[in-house]
Design a protein around this ligand. Structure first.
Ligand code: O7E
Length: 212
């Protein structure tokens, strides 16, 4: 995925009007947004096409898909039918569940991101011990896009070492969660930033500062 300024906006706001307001303010710096449950549950999947049509953005749907294969297939179908350019799935559910997501992404000629280790402190308890194996599974399955944390650069580097330089890694955790954008981008291909932009008094300036 080609992402302008290697910066993805996590648009975790609660309404279409807030989403449009933020997008208007940052549209010069950003061409890719991540929509997750907060906005999708508030406004429905139609919000994907609305924002794509209005701003020409690419939309990554962060539904952290984590069910059995048959249900994952249905979730991905609905998401790509609604216009998503990519979807994020969890890896801990295992290869059959992830394969179901990959098959639907391939059918729509869209992209799948595999979530390895999460960025929050709690991820150390269950997910971190499994994350390397999740990344290895992804490589075995031919997955080229990954999510790995900006909050633990040593772990981000470990995951980079497993998936290789050709893989595309996006990293959440910059700003409010304590991660450093510049250092993260020495390992990752793009950063995902939410609150530091949409909660800022001046989101446009917040974006520009991040890009500096
Ligand atoms: O901390 P913020 O406000 O900059 O937002 C970070 C966003 O990334 C937010 O949408 C959160 O749900 C998401 N995220 C993490 O913070 N940590 C993770 O490990 C994974 C994600 C995520 O986006 O998952 C799929 C990429």
């Amino acid at each position: 995925m080609n992402i302008k300024n290697n910066l993805i906006l996590a648009l975790d706001v609660g309404s279409e009007s807030e989403a449009i307001d933020i997008c208007e303010k940052v549209k010069e710096s950003i061409d890719t947004i991540k929509i997750g449950y907060p906005l999708a549950l508030a406004e429905g999947l139609e919000i994907i096409k609305k924002l794509k049509d209005k701003f020409g953005f690419k939309v990554i749907c962060d539904f952290k898909v984590a069910d059995i294969d048959a249900t994952n297939e249905k979730i991905c179908e609905e998401t790509f039918k609604a216009g998503a350019d990519a979807i994020i799935c969890h890896g801990f559910v295992g290869p059959d569940s992830v394969q179901a997501c990959l098959d639907v992404a391939n059918k729509y000629e869209k992209e799948l991101f595999l979530l390895t280790e999460m960025s929050h402190p709690g991820a150390k308890k269950f997910l971190q011990p499994a994350a390397d194996e999740i990344a290895k599974m992804g490589i075995k399955m031919g997955i080229t896009n990954y999510v790995a944390p900006a909050t633990r650069l040593d772990r981000l580097q470990d995951i980079r070492n497993i998936v290789g330089e050709d893989a595309y890694i996006i990293s959440p955790g910059v700003g409010k969660q304590g991660g450093d954008g510049k250092k993260t981008l020495e390992i990752s291909n793009a950063i995902i930033v939410g609150r530091s932009i949409y909660e800022a008094e001046n989101p446009k300036e917040a974006c520009e500062n991040l890009l500096k």
